[in-house]
Ligand binder design. Structure first.
Ligand code: AVI
Length: 342
């Protein structure tokens, strides 16, 4: 089964990217800096993506199961928007697995459904699209492959759009980066359009840290793979045995911060004439922030990005939540209170 089998029901557009050059530049700068870091987007090469697929099966990483349960419970209310055609516009669609519940509910409620999937990986959107097109004959799929900011800058608003940013992905865009991304997303929405977020909620430290420190070491392998990728793609000579995965909730940032920590002092060639990275014993490389939101914080974020909260839907343990926002300019005029779906 291939997207080419579905004729006009499938369209795609691919943006040129400079991933290889960016990776080389970001790694060389990040590993030679005083506070070392590698941007988290580089965790997802083929092996990293496969390891992430394994993470979502871990009992400790319960975010996807909590989100799915909420989607199943609230999908029909969430897609209950204007009549006629509905466009679902998903940022970071990946395998589109979690979106199926919403697509299924949208088909029942709307005359026709368009699913626009935005992802950095063309391969991932094509695979997901082929499966969706096969399963839902009523749906048309538009695949947009490229950097989120690049793509969103060129998505024309289309009335009756419900944007989706699920899977706690917003948590990997802390602070100003998240604000910039949500503003770019708003730019792709028309009046009355909505945005559904799936966010992990701030809770006790132990539960938050457990999700990133699983007992069989899949998350550690996912983290360490970023250094293995540096070796593979850049010809660097970093000894992976010298690094340990560390994930801790930081009260100051409100995020679980993930690091790779050097056991002993060492200097490693970065390959290709890029010089060396020097490590002191105990020195850390920051590789990911996974922000945990409070409802108040989300409301402030909505206001800062031109949205207003329409519904806040936590699960039974208030461990994960869906937040439904609407473009503020229109929503302000009608201004009913935020709903609590039953
Ligand atoms: C993809 N993202 C929302 C995950 C998270 O929870 O930050 C990535 C992840 N990293 C380690 N485990 C899961």
């Amino acid at each position: 089964m291939n997207v080419a089998d579905f004729g006009d029901r499938y369209r795609e557009r691919v943006w040129e990217n400079h991933f290889a050059e960016d990776f080389e530049r970001d790694v060389a700068a990040g590993l030679r800096a005083t506070n070392k870091s590698i941007p988290s987007k580089y965790l997802y090469d083929a092996l990293g993506s496969a390891l992430f697929e394994a993470i979502v099966l871990l009992p400790e990483y319960d975010l996807p199961r909590r989100e799915n349960a909420l989607l199943e419970r609230h999908a029909s209310r969430i897609v209950d928007r204007s009549n006629g055609r509905l466009r679902l516009l998903e940022l970071g669609s990946g395998s589109s697995q979690k979106t199926r519940t919403l697509i299924g509910a949208a088909i029942e409620r709307h005359e026709s459904v368009e699913y626009t999937a935005i992802d950095i990986s063309l391969e991932a959107v094509r695979d997901a699209a082929a499966q969706l097109l096969d399963r839902y004959p009523q749906v048309e799929v538009r695949a947009l492959a490229g950097d989120y900011f690049q793509v969103l800058g060129e998505v024309a608003p289309q009335p009756a759009t419900l944007a989706l940013f699920l899977g706690s992905n917003l948590g990997n865009y802390p602070g100003e980066r998240g604000v910039a991304l949500l503003r770019a997303l708003r730019g792709a929405l028309a009046p009355s359009d909505a945005l559904l977020l799936g966010v992990d909620v701030r809770k006790d430290r132990e539960s938050m840290e457990r999700a990133y420190n699983d007992s069989i070491g899949v998350t550690a392998a996912f983290s360490k793979n970023v250094l293995a990728r540096v070796n593979r793609d850049l010809g660097a000579e970093i000894d992976l045995q010298n690094f340990n995965h560390l994930a801790r909730f930081d009260e100051g940032t409100g995020s679980v911060e993930s690091y790779l920590v050097a056991d002993r002092a060492a200097a490693y060639s970065l390959g290709g004439g890029r010089g060396a990275a020097n490590f002191a014993a105990g020195e850390r490389i920051h590789i990911e922030s996974s922000h945990k939101f409070t409802r108040e914080e989300l409301r402030e974020l909505a206001a800062a990005c031109g949205f207003v909260e329409r519904a806040y839907l936590p699960d039974g343990e208030a461990a994960f939540a869906l937040a439904l926002w609407e473009r503020a300019d229109d929503a302000d005029r009608r201004a009913p209170a935020s709903a609590h779906f039953e």
